[in-house]
Design a binder for this molecule. Structure first.
Ligand code: FES
Length: 103
C-alpha cells in the first residue's frame, strides 16, 4: 500500500469487531452507531426510530463495552447494568458481542 492509498482509505482508522451471538461478525466503527455497522456488515437487526426511544433494536451485550452520545438512552439504569444496549445510539468502545432480545 502506498501513502496515497492510505490517505484514501477510511479502513486505516481504528475499528472494532461486532459479533452476534449467532456467529455473524462485522467491522464496528467507533464513530458510528453499532446499528449502522451491523447493517453495513449485512447483519439483519431490527430497528425503527433510530434515535434511542422505541427500543426496537434492543440487544444484550454479552461482552465488550459501548458508549452513548446521548445522555440517557431509552434504558433504565437496571437495564444498562444488566448489559442491555440500544445499537442505534450505542458506539463501540471495544470489540462487542451482541445478542438480539426477542419481544
Ligand atoms: S431503533 Fe428505536 S431505540 Fe433503536
Amino acid at each position: 500500500m502506498t501513502s496515497a492509498d492510505a490517505s484514501l482509505s477510511p479502513l486505516c482508522a481504528p475499528f472494532f469487531t461486532a459479533y452476534t451471538a449467532d456467529g455473524q461478525q462485522c467491522d464496528a466503527w467507533p464513530e458510528q452507531p453499532l446499528l449502522l455497522s451491523l447493517e453495513q456488515g449485512g447483519i439483519d437487526w431490527p430497528s425503527s426510530c433510530r434515535n434511542g426511544t422505541c427500543r426496537t433494536c434492543i440487544g444484550q451485550l454479552r461482552s465488550g463495552s459501548v458508549r452513548y452520545a446521548i445522555e440517557w438512552p431509552g434504558l433504565s439504569a437496571e437495564e444498562k447494568a444488566q448489559g442491555c444496549v440500544l445499537p442505534c445510539v450505542a458506539y463501540p468502545a471495544t470489540d462487542v458481542v451482541l445478542e438480539k432480545v426477542d419481544g
